[in-house]
Ligand binder design. Structure first.
Ligand SMILES: [Cu+2]
Length: 132
């Protein structure tokens, strides 16, 4: 009786642990999302370079760490599956999803600009996406 009890109480736990291992293994997912996080602040993207794999969805999480300055992220190359134009208000987070289709290097930047001032891009707010 003792042995049977041991088996019946342990078996579901083993299944549960196997399921946890399977769900934690990204290679078994059909279309893994590539999660990238950038901060926008001080006229800089941090990091200002990141790399993703062509044909896999990307989730880009953008957090503006400035207290009053709004920013955005522009990255346009429709032939390569890139058509991003997203605002990130001061102190806020925006999320954008896209699937890059074509390996290469692509520039992204912030297009914000006050009248008579340099644009944020001219102040250094740009970066490079590498699609492999
Ligand atoms: Cu900006």
């Amino acid at each position: 009786m003792r042995t049977i009890n041991y088996i019946t109480t342990r078996f579901p736990l083993n299944i549960l642990m196997a399921l946890i291992v399977i769900s934690a293994c990204p290679s078994l997912a059909s279309e893994p999302t590539q999660a990238i996080t950038l901060t926008l602040g001080g006229y800089h993207f941090t990091p200002d370079k990141f790399e993703v794999t062509a044909g896999q969805p990307v989730r880009l999480t953008l957090t503006n760490t400035d207290t009053i300055t709004p920013h955005n992220l522009i990255m346009k190359n429709e032939a390569a599956g890139l058509n991003i134009d997203i605002d990130v208000s001061a102190g806020k987070t925006s999320i954008v999803e896209f699937t890059p289709t074509t390996p290469g290097s692509y520039t992204f930047y912030c297009s914000k600009k006050l009248p008579f001032m340099k644009s944020h891009q001219e102040k250094g707010m740009e970066g490079t996406l590498t699609v492999k």
